[in-house]
Ligand binder design. Structure first.
Ligand SMILES: [Zn+2]
Length: 465
């Protein structure tokens, strides 16, 4: 798991020192793999035993002792401090044991200071950093489980928060803060007094934009001066016979997508539909099927596109469910890619769906290359025509089993549809903000019917090629 994680960071930070860094990273991977017992939490964390609740003057952050020798090695690599912290967060707190569970989250406000507390059932390494535009504070943990239901707390400087799996091995909490803030302190407390929990405590205070941006620049350091370009992905030769359908359940992990009136998440409902669609496609034995995700994990939009191209997909179907402030609006709809949106609502929808990387707490560079790297090439006419052809067939079939929005084939600049050589559509399965649609979306029988309509459309589309 750790090896995979480091491999991914490599590709993001490859630079002139690449070869030497790679060797060092290999050594680091070996060192980090040393098992790490809970007994290693230093006494500073236990010293708080006398203080019930969260003390006003906490001790220094606790770090498992065996990680300490790695830190100078990471510094030598001239990697940004955030990367050091994130790499540490990927270390299992207790190798071979259960992953930590988040039992609760709380916010306390003391004058100008906002204290955010995460209750854990065992110690975990963590990293905290800030992001701008919009202002966010990101907390990375090793892969954790979350108690359910977990209250989405807010207050003080924290307007909203979300959490979930960022990638295998890394869970993330993203705090939306209304303005520039400074992380005054962050530390871990062992159970003490009335608290049975290990508590991760983060103190935030307001600051000005200039200071905020200076701290971000210092954190990102030089590693960001030359963001690597993604190499073009070679398109593999078709493996004869069966067409490959790529199903893309939207959102996931730390990005919940739209939220229904009763608190249900788009990320869950679209995954359920994607699995049903895959089941039906495989049962027919006419297709190969790949999914961009098959669990509750965040996947970058750009990665979804790259995977579709690398796999040599013949068709890409992104599944979503929308939400609007008007509860009477309902119906499914189908979208294809265009530089110019068909209407204002389609443009707004694309802007919402494209925000995934921001919602997940990725930084500016990550956001810009997700959207800007893959420009719409006018020579993609053939792909666009085929996408539109499939959209037409799809709407015809879906309309037989589900009410559709009026003028339902619309287009806009959806980032996830930007693979230049894979015909692609984005399906909004319905509105989570509408009671009737919500009921249908969570009904297994309705789901089967709707997905079999999509299968019929896929059959017709490939039959006409
Ligand atoms: Zn969506």
């Amino acid at each position: 798991m750790l090896g995979l994680f480091i491999a991914e960071r490599r590709s993001e930070y490859d630079g002139p020192k690449r070869v030497r860094q790679r060797r060092d990273l290999d050594r680091m991977a070996e060192t980090l793999a040393v098992p790490n017992g809970r007994k290693d939490v230093p006494d500073t964390a236990r010293a708080s035993r006398r203080c019930p609740g969260v003390p006003a003057r906490p001790p220094a952050p606790a770090r498992p002792a065996t990680i300490a020798p790695v830190i100078p090695m990471l510094r030598k690599l001239a990697l940004p401090p955030a990367l050091v912290a994130i790499a540490l967060a990927a270390v299992p707190a207790d190798a071979g044991a259960l992953s930590p569970n988040v039992d609760g989250m709380r916010v306390g406000v003391y004058d100008t200071r906002t204290r955010f507390v995460v209750d854990l059932d065992r110690p975990a390494t963590f990293s905290v950093f800030t992001l701008s535009d919009p202002y966010r504070v990101v907390v990375d943990l090793p892969e954790v489980t979350w108690s359910s239901p977990l209250k989405r707390v807010s207050g003080g400087l924290i307007a909203r928060l979300r959490f979930g799996l960022l990638k295998p091995g890394v869970s993330r909490i993203v705090l939306d803060v209304g303005g520039p803030v400074r992380v005054l302190k962050s530390f871990l407390l062992a159970p003490a007094g009335a608290s049975r929990h290990h508590r991760l405590v983060i103190d935030l205070v307001p600051t000005d934009r200039k200071t905020f941006m200076r701290e971000i620049r210092a954190r990102l350091g030089t590693a960001r001066t030359a963001p690597p370009r993604a190499p073009p992905v070679p398109r593999p030769k078709p493996r004869g016979g069966k067409k490959l359908v790529m199903i893309d359940p939207g959102h996931g992990g730390v990005d919940p997508g739209a939220i229904s009136r009763s608190g249900q998440y788009e990320k869950h409902v679209v995954l359920a539909h994607a699995r049903e669609l895959r089941r039906q496609l495989l049962a027919a034995e006419n297709y190969r099927v790949v999914m961009t995700r098959n669990r509750d994990v965040f996947v970058r939009l750009r990665k979804r596109i790259q995977e579709a191209r690398a796999a040599g997909a013949d068709l890409f179907i992104s599944l979503h469910a929308d939400s609007t402030a008007r509860p009477s609006v309902r119906g499914a709809s189908v979208y294809t890619l265009s530089e110019r949106a068909s209407d204002r609502e389609a443009a707004a929808l694309a802007a919402r769906e494209n925000k995934s990387d921001i919602i997940a707490g990725l930084d500016l560079d990550a956001r810009s290359d997700a959207v800007a790297d893959i420009l719409i090439d006018l020579s993609q006419r053939d792909t666009k025509n085929r996408s539109a052809q499939f959209a037409g067939i799809l709407i015809h079939e879906m309309a037989k089993v589900r009410s559709m929005l009026r003028n339902t084939h619309r287009f806009a600049g959806f980032a996830v549809l930007k693979a230049p050589d894979v015909p692609a559509v984005l399906v909004e399965l319905g509105y989570l903000s509408n009671r009737a649609d919500e009921r249908l979306l969570f009904d297994a029988k309705a789901r089967r019917r709707l997905m079999s309509a999509i299968v019929r459309a896929i059959d017709r589309y490939f039959g006409s090629q």
